[in-house]
Design a protein. Sequence first.
Length: 201
Amino acid sequence: METRIKRMDHEIIYGIVEPGSRVLDLGCGEGDLLYLLAKEKNVKAQGVELDESAIYKCVEKGLSVFHGDIDSGLKDYPDKSFDYVILNQSMQEVKKVDFVIEEALRVGSRVIVGFPNFAYWRARMRLFFKGKTPVTRSLPYRWYNTPNLHFLSISDFKGFCREKGIAIEAEHYLGKRSRVRLLPNLFALNAVFVVTSDSKN
C-alpha cells in the first residue's frame, strides 16, 4: 500500500474493510478515513456528518456526504444496504447510543465501532490522585469543552453488547504506538470492534 496511514485506528479499519464494499461512515468528520477507503480500496463510500465545515472538506475530497444528525436515525436507508457501517470516534458523542447502534446494525451487515477507553490507566490515575476529569491522548478535551456525552470503557462496551444481544466478531486494542494484547481495559487508549446482530449468525 503506497499511502501512509497516520492514525492507528484508521489503519485497523482499513485492514478490516474489504475492497469494493459498500461503506457508510457515520460522523465522518472531514472524510480522511472515507477518502482513504475510496481511493485505496475502491469502496462505494458515503458519509453522514453534522458539521457543515467538515462536509465542505469532504466535498473537496470528492466524497458523497450528507448533512444529518445520526441521533435522528437512518430511515432513508433500507435494511442491509451497506456491507460496513463505521462509527469511529463518534459513538460517545451521540445522545441515543443504543438507538444509533441498532440503526447501524439494521442498515449494515457489519458495524465497526471505535472509541477512546475511559478506563485507561493514566485516566484512572489522574482521577484517583488529582480528583480531576482525565485528560489523555485519546481524551484530549477538558470537562467544559468536550464533545463527548458518554465516557465508556472497553468493559462497558462488551457488557453493552452482551445485554443487547450484539455479537462481537473482532476486537482490536490500541496503545500509543502499537496494539495492546494484555489487560486492554487498563492499557488500551482506544478500541475498535466489529459487531453484528446475533440474528445474522
